[in-house]
Design a protein around this ligand. Sequence first.
Ligand code: PLP
Length: 618
Amino acid sequence: SVNSSGNISVHPHGTDTMSHQEIDLLKIVNKASDPKAAGGLGLQLPLIVRLPDVLKNRLESLQSAFDFAIQSQGYESHYQGVYPVKCNQDRFVVEDIVKFGSPFRFGLEAGSKPELLLAMSCLCKGNPEALLVCNGFKDAEYISLALLARKLALNTVIVLEQEEELDLVIEISKKLSVLPVIGVRAKLRTKHAGHFGSTSGEKGKFGLTTTQILRVVKKLVQVGMLDCLQLLHFHIGSQIPSTALLTDCVGEAAQIYCELVRLGAHMRVIDIGGGLGIDYDGSKSADSDVSVSYGLEEYALAVVRAIRFVCDRKNVKHPVLCSESGRAIVSHHSVLIFEAVSDSMSNAQGMNPVGFQYFIEGLGLPEDALSDYRNLTAAAVRGEYETCLLYADQLKQRCVDQFKEGSLGIEELAAVDGLCELIANAIGVSDPTRTYHVNLSVFTSIPDFWGIDQLFPIVPIHRLDQKPVMRGILSDLTCDSDGKIDKFIGGESSLPLHELESGGRYYLGMFLGGAYEEALGGVHNLFGGPSIVRVSQSDGPHSFAVTHAVPGPSCRDVLRVMQHEPELMFETLKHRAEEFCGSGQDDDSDGDDHGIGNAALASCLARSFHNMPYLVPA
Ligand code: PLP
């Protein structure tokens, strides 16, 4: 919400609950970034604010949506979800999910060996019944690790993503004397037509076809391990747009589940993958690329209803329900805060229209350009604005040509540019959109905007008691024309923004970016990730406490990512400074040793290696 100071406030338990506790985002930014404020942390922006209370609320809301659906539908088993760590592998996020989800057996999903390692270690502190679902393409090492996890009494399921993985599972489990629990990922016929569903359907990239599933069953029978097959998984893609499509795919999967039961597998769990969507643009529409037409409750109800319907018809015991919702769990809990550091000034700023005539005529422009100028002013006096614009264009082009030839100076060209902009403004055909330069890298912090045109809500986090009078696009720090945000929620090509105040700060927040963005972000132009603070509700005077703070990667850190050796680089530059710069003191008063000395230069260099690559505001 917006509080009485005009700042955005976070209500971890919603605005309609009894708890009126709110956390003012501007206060967090001030505390995190101001080194002089009491308890200030001196962190640099951009800043990710993580709110574990929101994470807890999301988990509990998902669980209660399923609990309610199960109860209201008379479903005879329970829901126990897993969090796919790929959405955000941050240690604190994963540890929080394991801790908050422990009362309801919430587990983790891994899709690679490092993800499995982190999931194994985090789940050691979780509920022993929590599932550890092993997805993704697997080699012998991955499978050994997953089997080892079972030996460590973690409730691990190896989900076959490719048919060939089964031979490895059989062979290694015998070698290690571990009885595996096996799942299969089914390639469903139901196709998710949206952007995130491009790998779903019969020709999809992932999972086993019905023929392959049958061969897996046959092989397990042959080796006497059919009782190990206990889970059926599918994932048709993220952002499933409607409950109609959800019902369709869950129903198809439930049929496969029942068939596996009929064939003698000891099936226990149906894992419906991810896909629980987020309403990024607030439209609640299945037709929007960045929205879905249901909420948590409708989602859970559709799943429970579809599975119960199929199982009841086939007389099959209701399975444990598992989902791998990632986006829906972690998107809300983090806010990316960045600063607008400047905006594009108009050419005409500071020009006085009355003085223009004398100015232009005194410039000594060639006769043809002067004649354009006189025609232009005459058209303006007659109110013929189109003609006026025509002459303005002609004048400008003539002057550009003459500048290129070298017969017009830069001052004259700038004056003509200013005049043309003034005319466009007066006639109302100029583009009023300004470019706000923001202390951010789109490639690092909002990669899905660059890569797949995904939109996120972006809004100033303060001054919301003042009407924004400008419209702007956001241009990032990278030297890349794609490094800008010029599409916004609601199909807008610019954002309502306030005028920058001299000496004041202007902070913007990007919301709902807690899933995928951090994990996908790259180091284009060697900008690393933002600083991070973890902020919990507290009863203190600010109603919040910063429980963890990490500065973003330094120049040194990002250089290492590309195999540079910052220590060696520093030594090379330091020697160079000793060779080319004196001590900085004019010892013999002959005037040849002054300015910055090599020691000061070395300390300046050391600071640059140590600091983050982003702009440090003055
Ligand atoms: N499970 C699997 C196998 C996935 O590939 C993904 C993401 O693509 C997820 C779960 C998470 O999906 P979502 O973030 O839509 O919940």
